[in-house]
Design a protein around this ligand. Sequence first.
Ligand SMILES: [Ca+2]
Ligand SMILES: [Ca+2]
Ligand SMILES: [Ca+2]
Ligand SMILES: [Ca+2]
Length: 371
Amino acid sequence: MTRWTAALLMALALPLLTTAGCSEDDDAMDDAGDTMDASTDCDDDEYFDPLAAACVSRYLDDTDIETDTTPPRDTATQPDTSVAPDTAAPDVPDTTVEDEMVDPACDQDQDGSLSMDCGGDDCDDNDFRRAPSRGESCDLIDNNCNGRNNEGLNCTFYAHTNDSLYQVDPFSRSATRVADAPNLFDIDTHPDGTLYGITSTSLYFYQEIQQRWFEVGEFPTIEQGTGFAIDAEGTAFVTAAESVYTVDLGTAETDFIGNLGGDFFSSGDCVVNKANTLYMTSKANSQPDTLVLVDRNTGAGQAIGQIRAGNTAYSSIFGLTAGWGQLYGMNTRGELISIDANTGQATLIHTFNDGQGMGLRWYGAASTPGR
Ligand SMILES: [Ca+2]
Ligand SMILES: [Ca+2]
Ligand SMILES: [Ca+2]
Ligand SMILES: [Ca+2]
């Protein structure tokens, strides 16, 4: 580069640099001057907006207000969530306070629910088995105080006539026919829920889904088997005339246990209750049915008492069943009775008719799986 060339370039560059620097400084100074001037000039209810380089009202206009209404929706949602726990929380301490300050006269059955007179919701303050906090169970009372009894529960056992299988509800006193029955003498329920039945010659089981009976096998040795019961371990017993047998539910093979002894003669049925005790009904000539305790190991019988209610004696009790801690009997006159297992004392619950004025001829009954 020659000295001349360098001098020329300097001459060209200097004005450019000077021009650029001078113009920026001038603008900045102008802006600063404008700002100071404008802010000074704004009214009291205005402020100076440097971006718009103008005075702007300090108050929101309509557009601003509309935009600002959006956030409250969030604010509205948030309080809701926080309110819920707040409302729930006071309930707990309130109850505790009530419990602590309960007047004994307001909870006479001491089930924790106050009587209606005291502003509580105990539908029966004289019965601790009834309170809104109770679960419903199969019996004659509305346990949970909702005005309905045994709702949502299956409170039935199976019973049969010579040709039909029924589900019997001893609480609502109803019998619903569910299937045919192959001339059964008696039935009972295995702890696994399977229903078995015997005829004079064979063992059957009931397939609930198909509503059909299937034969397991023929009895090789039993004659006149009339009573049939299955205990809590699944051992099946047959009472036949003066003898007691066990039956293999898989093959229908039988084993002789022993004779009943005395004057006992199987009149229709045997049953095993919740305590795994074996009972049967026995009939002597022209006598009412007697409840008999049977020794499961020897077959020996022991009389408990005649099955009667005062002067009324019950006979032809072909169905004995245990359910909900109670022994029931059913006979050929359509009668359903409850039986006291300690005395034989009976109470008539209901007489079922066949729809033509005659009693349903009950031939057998099965215990509930839970007894
Ligand atoms: Ca109470
Ligand atoms: Ca109560
Ligand atoms: Ca109820
Ligand atoms: Ca109930």
